[in-house]
Design a protein around this ligand. Structure first.
Ligand SMILES: [Zn+2]
Length: 336
């Protein structure tokens, strides 16, 4: 279609949409803005620099995301200024120095490229939180604590983005379905009643925390929910635990939902024994988006070659879940 034809088509489509919205009774402009915002689709945020960190590792190596540059353009945003929202200045400096001097941290041999990747991972997660997108980043973050790097994680990407939202007056539900317990994220928000942290993970696996008895402390008592699953658990157990978490989160009434999307619960993962499938990830995205308006996600673990399929199935679920249910659509149309 020629450019002018596309323009006419877009104007016609927008006019039809506006007429439908007005005819449906949504005469208040903010109601219309809210409907349009709900139709927003989740997208991938990615940058090639994530491939140049810990390149050849068989575990958290660049192979995990090697397909993404062919399909997604680069987005860049330096998140360095946000690191101290949840980490000490000392930790930030220690990681930067380790990267500049090719030292080990979090079981990884770091390089200057690692620091560039790490601050971009923080930046893209902050952007994803603002925009409702999925940040496909390396290194992952959910094992990193206030002053400790661990489990391939240098800075806690989702905790940093979440703390920024909390500082803006928002309540955040973090749903962490990585197959390992997110001990770093839990520790950072353990005393907070502004963040509900829920982790689904394989029992008796690294980092050997995340028992159901760990529920928070002080003001944060009751704001941590751990649901360990035994090795061999599949979509049935995954989705039952998700429904339990959604029920708890509805009572919490979050403004934003942040997803620590690690795909090492996947049936082909080489480190863990969970058996989630692509359909399970689709359904997870769908149910989360059906239940909550503002959802963003960030990549955590996943040690196999199907990460792109996993990410895209989750995103498709979110985007289908963002559409109005059919009966609501019919009801809107019948008002005219
Ligand atoms: Zn993991």
């Amino acid at each position: 279609m020629p450019a002018c034809g596309r323009q006419v088509y877009c104007i016609r489509l927008t006019t039809v949409l506006c007429v439908c919205l007005v005819r449906s009774g949504l005469t208040n402009k903010w109601q219309i803005v809210n409907v349009l915002r709900n139709l927003k689709q989740m997208k991938v945020l990615f940058n090639k620099k994530f491939l140049f960190h810990n390149v050849d590792s068989d575990a958290e190596g660049a192979y995990r995301i090697k397909e993404f540059p062919e399909h997604y353009k680069d987005t860049d945003f330096n998140g360095e200024e946000y690191i101290t929202l949840v980490h000490s200045e000392n930790h930030k400096n220690m990681i930067r120095e380790a990267c500049m001097h090719n030292d080990y941290a979090a079981e990884v041999l770091l390089t200057p490229e690692s620091y560039a990747a790490a601050i971009s991972a923080v930046g893209l997660t902050v952007k994803a939180a603002e925009q409702g997108n999925f940040a496909v980043v390396r290194p992952p973050g959910h094992h990193a604590c206030y002053e400790r790097a661990a489990g391939f994680c240098l800075f806690n990407n989702i905790a940093i983005a979440t703390q920024k939202l909390v500082n803006e007056g928002k309540k955040v539900f973090i749903f962490d379905f990585d197959g390992h317990h997110g001990d770093g994220t839990q520790s950072i928000f353990y005393e907070s009643d502004k963040v509900l942290y829920c982790s689904l993970h394989q029992a008796y696996a690294y980092p050997f925390s995340g028992l159901p008895t760990e529920t928070g402390t002080g003001n944060g008592t009751g704001y941590t929910l751990n649901i360990p699953l035994i090795s061999g658990s599949g979509d049935k157990e995954f989705l039952a635990a998700l429904d339990k978490a959604i029920a708890e989160a509805r009572k919490f009434e979050p403004d934003v939902v942040g997803v620590s999307a690690g795909f090492d619960g996947y049936e082909k993962d080489r480190l863990l024994g969970l058996k989630y499938t692509l359909k399970g990830y689709y359904e997870c995205g769908f149910r989360l988006r059906r239940a909550f308006k503002h959802v963003f996600a960030v990549l955590e673990g996943g040690y196999h070659y199907d990460i792109r399929d996993c990410v895209e199935n989750f995103i498709e679920g979110v985007n289908v879940g963002s559409r109005p249910p059919r009966n609501m659509f019919d009801e809107m149309m019948s008002l005219g």
